[in-house]
Write a protein that binds this ligand. Structure first.
Ligand code: NAD
Length: 511
């Protein structure tokens, strides 16, 4: 039998991945109460490979009645305590086995995201899959590190607090890192003892559905983790409005995040944790240490994952003193680095966009940039033979005015906007002139300046002399309209618990 573990697949070549992907067995049915089920009304949605346009398979088109069934099962499981009242070390043991199973099934999970969404297979193997495994192990290790408090009360009183699971948590995830973004949501929610219903994005749901199978295989109780495929406006909306859901955790667009806040208000005031869009700036000061390193980071920060990254460094704010040299080196160093190609080829760093709709939207942004007077300083050459795919070649513009659409809208494609500045104050004001506040990068060798920028920039994550770096200890989430919660860190585990206060009267002392 072929070894499909994470270790083995690091050596696979293009031909091996192509034949493995061609033989993938795809099951797009829901996982509810420990079993695979079709949508109750039989609806299905085509899953399309954006590289070729071929149909990969069909996923369930779940609606409100499927959501009702999943919520009823999750609620009953929670009330029985099958998962929430397991000793923490037993819950941890399930999660550790789950992480091991993800490692042994790595080829399938990687290939599913690549064929459904176009993420380059080398990024799946080197980054996403290892991160998924690390995420599960991180929260498994943290399960019994959550504590309550006792407070300094009158001696006739004992007061302590408990942190307990909410009950039923619905996780709604995006398609841009399909497996990883979902894992950042469902793992801490499960580790905290909640029952979870995951609604992955309809464009790339198959890896998430497999995660629910693997949870059962690891010994997770049926009913603790359900995965429902379906459209956002059907299954997602029904979860947002459901009175049996205690908390929604969402990663996706700001527009849908706002709708979920309204849905919570119109239903049961469920807690709503949001990770939404971004338009992240990188600030390049003339005193930066090494221009080539900074330029490489600018290129990777916007072209990696085809620019379909919430914290993509899409606004490159460059000191006028180095602006022209920055643009020249950008064009030189970007050429040949992200050439569009088959994402199943381990040499490919730029796959297609997620679908033809995204391709048309990003292409329209590019046309608007030219119309509004932005000057293209770099455009990757599109190789032949990719006509059936949703490919967009990376492009960068200089002379971008902060009022232009490419400087303001989240494009979610490989489009860089270079904007000059003349002073530190102007750079900070330009950076903060956005409805978003997810992340920012600063490039400088002046320590005082770095600290001033960290202090003044309105964003949840600030990188200094690096970009898009981090580990599981780092809280990841946004300010402003980029969101209101944090993924990854210990605090995110705590966010999936609610506090209870217990106040005891101890009465008179026994004499
Ligand atoms: P999206 O908002 O269209 O969809 C996200 C999820 O919400 C999907 O599962 C979708 O089916 C569901 N959904 C859609 N409409 C819904 C509705 N009316 N009610 C409930 N659920 C609904 O976003 P997307 O296109 O999948 O992802 C791209 C967006 O995600 C970008 O804006 C990106 O910045 C953001 N994102 C943010 C982070 C972060 O950590 N801040 C990470 C990744 C992606």
């Amino acid at each position: 039998m072929t070894d499909t573990s994470l270790q083995a697949i690091a050596e696979w070549d293009h031909a091996t991945w192509k034949s493995f992907a061609a033989e993938l067995t795809v099951d797009g049915r829901n996982v509810i109460d420990g079993e695979r089920r079709d949508a109750l009304d039989g609806s299905v949605i085509d899953s399309v490979d954006p590289t070729t346009g071929r149909i990969v398979g069909r996923i369930a088109g779940s609606g409100a009645s499927d959501v009702d069934a999943a919520v009823a099962t999750a609620r009953a499981t929670h009330r029985r305590g099958d998962w929430s009242r397991l000793p923490p070390r037993e819950r941890a043991a399930v999660l550790f086995r789950w992480a091991d199973l993800v490692e042994t099934n790595a080829a399938e999970l990687c290939a599913l995201d690549t064929v459904e969404m176009g993420r380059p297979i080398s990024d799946m193997v080197q980054y996403d899959l290892p991160e998924v495994v690390t995420t599960i192990r991180f929260f498994a290790e943290a399960i019994d590190k959550i504590t309550g408090t006792t407070t300094a009360t009158d001696p006739a009183v004992l007061h302590y607090t408990l942190r307990q699971p909410y009950g039923v948590v619905a996780a709604i995830s995006p398609w841009n890192y399909p497996l990883l973004m979902a894992t950042w949501k469902f793992t801490p929610a499960l580790a905290a003892g909640n029952c979870v219903i995951l609604k992955p994005a309809e464009q790339a749901a198959l890896s998430a559905l497999r995660m629910a199978d693997l949870f059962l295989e690891a010994g997770g109780p049926p009913g603790a983790f359900a995965a429902l495929a379906g459209l956002g406006e059907h299954a997602g909306r029904a979860l947002g409005l459901h009175a049996g859901v205690d908390k929604i955790t969402f990663t996706g667009s700001t527009e849908v995040g706002k709708e979920l806040l309204v849905s919570a208000g119109n239903s049961n005031m469920k807690e709503v944790a949001l990770e939404c869009g971004g338009k992240s700036p990188q600030l390049f000061f003339a005193d930066l240490d090494d221009l080539d390193t900074a330029v490489d980071s600018a290129i990777d920060g916007i072209f990696d994952n085809m620019g379909e990254v919430c914290n993509a460094g899409s606004r490159l704010l460059v000191d006028v003193a180095i602006h022209d040299e920055f643009c020249e080196r950008f064009a030189e160093r970007a050429a040949g680095r992200y050439v569009p190609g088959d994402p199943l080829d381990p040499a490919t760093r730029c796959g297609p966009l997620v679908d033809q709709e995204s391709c048309a939207r990003v292409t329209e942004h590019i046309a608007t940039a030219a119309r509004q007077g932005a000057r293209s300083i770099f455009a990757e050459v599109m190789p032949g033979g990719l006509r059936d795919g949703a490919f967009v070649a990376p492009i960068a513009y200089a002379d971008v005015d902060p009022s232009m659409t490419i400087a303001r809208d989240e494009i979610f494609g490989p489009v860089a906007a270079i904007i000059p500045f003349s002073s530190e104050r102007e750079a900070i004001d330009l950076a903060n002139d956005s409805e978003y506040g997810l992340a920012a990068g600063i490039w400088t060798s002046d320590l005082d300046r770095a600290h001033r920028c960290v202090r003044d920039l309105e964003a949840g994550t600030i990188w200094v002399n690096t970009f898009n770096d981090g580990d599981m200890t780092q809280p990841f989430g946004g300010w402003k309209q980029s969101g209101n919660s944090r993924d990854k860190c210990i605090e995110s585990l705590i966010e999936y618990t609610q506090e209870k206060s217990a106040w005891f009267s101890l009465g008179e002392s026994a004499s």
